[in-house]
Design a protein around this ligand. Structure first.
Ligand code: GTP
Length: 556
């Protein structure tokens, strides 16, 4: 296929603005899939994606489109729709020369519209604004066009108004892809060079990497090298995605497709990495970053007998996701488990949901934490405000865009839920990593009758210590049964107690309920009490049931 008749593009949008619906229409119109109800959202494959209506893993499709007597190869590179995956979005974008920027005709510009626009703008791509859902009763495309002009400085005449649902004007989108997006500047005479923008694990063939070929050619049997790890592989299989794999035995400059080369782990084909031929080494493409976990949580089997099962489920899931980090961990309270690192909160939730749905695993997930760098010096004493306003722009008379610098810790807990409920669902939110900053953090202990409980040590911001210590004491009080003596539940910073709850003494006599001489009933009750005790942990003389730890450590 001549490179001047190739177009590589992706669709970017805020969640729910209709990216998948438009992708489906484009696939139908170019004959890549049949036009039936069943094919709704072919590009969203995972069950979680269907349920949540969000794209987690990018899927790609090559479309053939006839325009003015010429056949064009249009490579549609799907991008994940959520901020947690913005690095993956930026890599998908760098495989393209243009983007369709979708904006909902009713909702207008939202947080991820802006974030995604800048990714495309910084990569200097052609940007085609598409206003979707014009069929809606309260659609206001005029207003959205004004927003696009004001915020992105794109003339309103360039906007295409469509209804992806009904198919209205979607043909114009395909024409704009051909007319407004430049072909890739890739020469078949250059040495082979390809960008990995996605990878999946397949049990029979190993890693299947999605690549965009930036130069040269590659065929079955070639020996290729991945730049990041420097390992060499033999190409076993390769071809186009339509969107199903369509083996062609070779790929050329400008094309987008898949490649299988005996890689055993997705960490060998990381997103953003470069592939080249062993005999023709080239410089790696810029912008590669190994995935970096930002949110951490402990995961433990509900029961230690399920440890092996959970381990194999976690292994299988991480085979497909090189961005999850896994470390063995154990907690006195929860037993053996793992500490997993994720790109963000949604990433963590999706992983957890997949464990439960696809592997039937029951997991205890601890409250998420974020990484800190501890600097042991007096500079930590600097008092920091928790959020700093960076700038503010009125998009129109109804919407304002505000930028703040926030500690990630404040965002992971319940910020998003709060924002949504305060704004009755109208506000939207996006974030990017702004690096580490000094903060006034302290270690908080939880004490039971004066003894510290190792598994409940937490790091909190000084301003939050009181409320968080109080909440932990209350949760513990509710989950520790009364015992023969009074129990003081305290939160402390160093030697200073900042919160306290008291569990009153109570003489528990299980036999009290037994009247008469029913000996079997008596034995049963004694046995039950003994079993109950097994699930207890002694801290000093206080018996703490396992559930109490779970209630305090688990996410609410
Ligand atoms: P993510 O994958 O989460 O980014 O969402 P998305 O942008 O792919 O949105 P999706 O295509 O799933 O559409 C979201 C909702 O909007 C669905 O319920 C669609 O049926 C609906 N929708 C999409 N396009 C249109 C349209 O043109 N008109 C109307 N009325 N609804 C639409």
């Amino acid at each position: 296929f001549p490179a001047d008749r190739i177009r590589n593009f992706c669709i970017i949008a805020h969640i729910d603005h209709g990216k998948s619906t438009l992708a489906d229409r484009l696939l139908e119109m170019t004959g890549a899939i049949a036009k039936t109800e069943k094919n709704k959202q072919v590009l969203d494959k995972l069950q979680v994606e269907r349920e949540r209506g969000i794209t987690v893993k990018a899927q790609t499709a090559s479309l053939f489109y006839n325009h003015e007597g010429q056949q064009y190869l249009l490579n549609l590179i799907d991008t994940p729709g959520h901020v947690d995956f913005s690095y993956e979005v930026s890599r998908s974008i760098s495989a393209c020369q243009g983007v369709l920027l979708i904006v909902d005709a009713n909702q207008g510009i939202q947080a991820q519209t802006v974030a995604n626009f800048y990714l495309a703008f910084e990569a200097q791509l052609a940007i085609i604004p598409v206003i979707n859902k014009i069929d809606l009763k309260n659609a206001d495309p005029e207003r959205v066009e004004s927003q696009i002009e004001k915020v992105f400085d794109i003339p309103r005449e360039e906007c295409i108004r469509i209804s992806a649902k009904l198919g209205t004007n979607v043909e114009n989108v395909l024409q704009a892809v051909v007319d407004r997006i430049p072909p890739p500047e890739a020469s078949i005479d250059d040495p082979f060079k390809a960008l990995v923008f996605d990878s999946n694990f397949d049990h029979y063939r190993g890693v299947v990497a999605n690549i965009a070929v930036f130069g040269g050619r590659v065929k079955k049997g070639d020996r290729i090298v991945s730049a990041y790890l420097g390992k060499t592989y033999e190409v076993n299989e390769l071809g186009l995605l339509r969107p199903d794999e369509h083996s062609t035995g070779k790929l050329f400059a400008g094309q987008v497709g898949y490649i299988v080369a005996g890689m055993k782990d997705v960490k060998e084909a990381q997103i953003g990495d470069t592939l080249y031929l062993q005999e023709q080494p080239v410089e790696a493409l810029p912008g590669f970053k190994p995935a970096k976990a930002m949110v951490f949580a402990g995961m433990y089997p509900m029961d230690q007998s399920e440890y092996q099962g959970l381990r194999s489920a976690i292994e299988k899931l991480t085979l497909n996701d090189s961005s999850v980090t896994v470390q063995r961990d154990s907690s006195l309270a929860l037993g053996a488990g793992w500490r997993l690192g994720f790109l963000g909160l949604l990433h963590m939730e999706v992983f957890n949901q997949r464990l439960e749905q696809e592997y039937n695993a029951s997991v205890i997930v601890t409250a998420p934490t974020v990484p800190y760098k501890a600097v042991l010096s007096s500079a930590k004493l600097i008092k920091n405000r928790r959020a700093v306003q960076k700038n503010m722009l009125y998009i129109d008379d109804q919407r304002v865009m505000m930028k703040y610098l926030f500690p990630l810790n404040e965002v992971v807990v319940d910020f998003y839920d709060l924002l949504k409920s305060l704004s009755s669902g109208y506000a939207s939110f996006d974030y990017e990593n702004a690096g580490y900053q000094a903060a006034d953090l302290i270690k908080m202990d939880i004490l039971l009758n004066g003894r510290p409980v190792e598994e409940l040590i937490t790091i909190v911001h000084r301003d939050r210590a009181y409320s968080s210590g109080k909440a932990m004491c209350e949760r513990l009080k509710d989950s520790i049964p009364r015992q023969m003596f009074e129990i003081a539940v305290q939160a402390a910073i160093g030697s200073k107690v900042i919160a306290r709850e008291t569990i009153k003494a109570y003489k528990k006599n299980v036999l009290a309920k037994c009247y008469g001489g029913d000996i079997t009933r008596k034995m049963k009750l004694l046995k039950k009490q003994a079993e109950g005790k097994k699930k207890m942990r002694l801290i000093g003389s206080v018996e703490v049931p396992k559930d109490a730890f779970i209630n305090v450590l688990k996410r609410k």
